[in-house]
Write a protein that binds this ligand. Sequence first.
Ligand SMILES: [Mg+2]
Length: 263
Amino acid sequence: MKNLMVLFLILSTLVAVLATEQVSTTSTHPGTMSAVWHRTSGEYVALCHQAYNLATTVLAEKVKKINPKNSNKRPAIVLDIDETVLDNFNYIIEFMASGQKFSVSSWKKWVAKRSTPALAGAKDFLQFADKLNVEIFYISNRADDEVNDTFENLRSLSIPVKKENLLFKSNSSSKDSRRIQVEKNHEILLFVGDNLIDFSSKFDLQSVKQRVNIVNEIRAEFGAKFIIIPNSMYGDWESAIYKYDSKLSTKEKEHLLLRALTN
Ligand SMILES: [Mg+2]
């Protein structure tokens, strides 16, 4: 309760400050607090390092245990891209500040710049995996026509990447068929993502409650096979609240967000 009161005070102060500075579009955006946290907090950077430090330790142990006689499959890791390897918060904050919503055209312009920075810890981990001779796959719901720009972006950051290992969305948002494709010739040692659907199709289109239930059921996998990066700005945690209905108005969404707090 004390924490809630503090949060209320912070939110009131933030709205008042932003109103005084006449940044009205930012002050009313429901993602303001999340954006501030992602953009400014050492805690977020620490969580990214924590995730990638753990990924490094787990991967090193798993590679050590590989016995080539037991499997003819090559070891591999699978990572999501957005808010897992590449940090798009500047883009998100840009469209929030301008009072606009996400649009495919503004997103494509952002991707085409090929200058998205890497998340803290991502490059070191990926270079480490590459040195261990582990195959790196990126399963992302970026569009197929964004492969070239993404490839050049990652390469400019010295992040190991092969164009043929960029498995982007062609028809389904579910990543299952692409995971199965990788598993044909590879043993996936580790998954890294910021959304539960990056790990298993068990989470695809599940309700808010079911998502939490499944996480509890498979809790042993987190930190062992699944490494999750925090993303409080967007993701299926939010889409689940809207029951995956992308046509809802802002008002309807706000209503469902508030209702989710009391359920
Ligand atoms: Mg992502």
